[in-house]
Design a protein around this ligand. Structure first.
Ligand code: SF4
Length: 331
């Protein structure tokens, strides 16, 4: 029997604004198995959060619109479900942790009430039972159940994020989408929150999509990685293959820009240039204006995704033999 839990096929999401059409997601394909963690990595504006909101059908419409594609969750295309059916899926089957706990929590409700609310909506329990379960969830994320009556402002940043995780896990979702869950936290708390999420994921066999721009977080927490650039997945691989041998010039640029403890360099090595305007994407390969290996064909041909290993795909003309890739490091 297939272990496949989620499959995204040729997903396109646009925002239609007065300034033009923002092409945020441009043909994304992804697969996720039960219990697996997929890292979605890219710069700000690459389309990571839009993809996640698309899975939950939470793209604000207008101006956002899912233009094309399929999001198959356990055999059902979410894009064909009614709003009522989607409400049953959100929070129960698929849950999301947002980047900033301050904006995810309601300041005028106690944390216990906020956890209990999700449980009451999705499970066949009364108010008292939901309250008790809310306390258990707090304990599970390392906060005393006795603090269920406290308000968000009475908690530190790291504890607030733990509360958000407790809400997201309250109904044991099968898929957890975590959007930069540790970015707003300091480094020691980041490690604690990541450990906590890993532990809970193992306990409940939850599949996870972890959105981040931090390759260190990916190395620690993910089984597979998709590198996103300008709304497209330019490289997809299992974690070992990606870290042993990144193939796409953009991925290589991301690795080259990480500071190294072994080398004493005066300046870091950033990727030149900026992400293109999503209202005015370059022709051909979207990365060609910034790519050190670009040749004339790169601005004319849209690269296809090419298999370079068992679970390793790259969207670059070097790997389909269309351009030479002279000078690229490629073991
Ligand atoms: Fe660079 Fe060309 Fe490959 Fe795009 S297709 S990443 S421009 S070499």
């Amino acid at each position: 029997m297939s272990n496949e839990f989620l499959s995204i096929e040729d997903l396109h999401i646009h925002y239609i604004t007065q300034e033009g059409t923002v092409k945020a997601v441009n043909g994304i394909d992804l697969k996720l198995n039960k219990g697996e963690t997929l890292g979605l990595v890219g710069e700000t504006g690459a389309g990571k959060t839009t993809t996640a909101l698309g899975i939950l059908r939470l793209i604000p419409n207008p101006p956002g619109k899912i233009m094309d594609g399929k999001i198959i969750l356990e055999g059902r295309n979410l894009l064909e479900l009614s709003e009522e059916e989607m409400r049953k899926i959100r929070g129960k089957k698929v849950s999301m942790i947002f980047q900033d706990p301050m904006t995810s929590l309601n300041p005028v409700m106690t944390v216990g009430e906020q956890i209990a609310e999700v449980i009451e909506i999705h499970e066949d329990v009364n108010k008292e039972e939901a309250k008790e379960k809310a306390k258990e969830m707090l304990e599970l994320v390392g906060i005393s159940g006795g603090r269920a009556g406290d308000y968000p402002h009475q908690f530190s940043g790291g504890m607030k994020q733990r509360v958000v995780i407790a809400i997201a896990l309250a109904c044991s979702p099968e898929l957890l989408i975590a959007d930069e869950p540790t970015t707003a936290l300091d480094v020691t708390i980041q490690a604690q929150v990541l450990d906590l999420m890993q532990g809970l994921k193992k306990e409940f066999n939850t599949a996870m999509i972890l959105i981040t721009h931090d390759l260190g977080v990916v190395a620690e927490a993910c089984d597979k990685v998709a590198i996103i650039y300008a709304g497209e997945i330019v490289e997809y691989a299992d974690i070992e293959s990606l870290f042993a041998s990144p193939k796409h010039p953009y991925t290589q640029g991301l690795f080259a820009s990480i500071p190294s403890l072994d080398e004493d360099v005066e300046r870091l090595n950033p990727i030149k240039g900026l992400m293109p305007e999503p209202t005015d994407l370059p022709s051909g390969c979207r990365f060609h204006p910034r790519c050190p290996y670009a040749e004339a064909k790169c601005s004319e041909m849209d690269p296809k995704s090419v298999e370079v290993g068992a679970e390793h795909r790259v969207k670059c003309l070097i790997y389909s033999g269309e351009v030479s890739g002279k000078g690229i490091e490629n073991e």
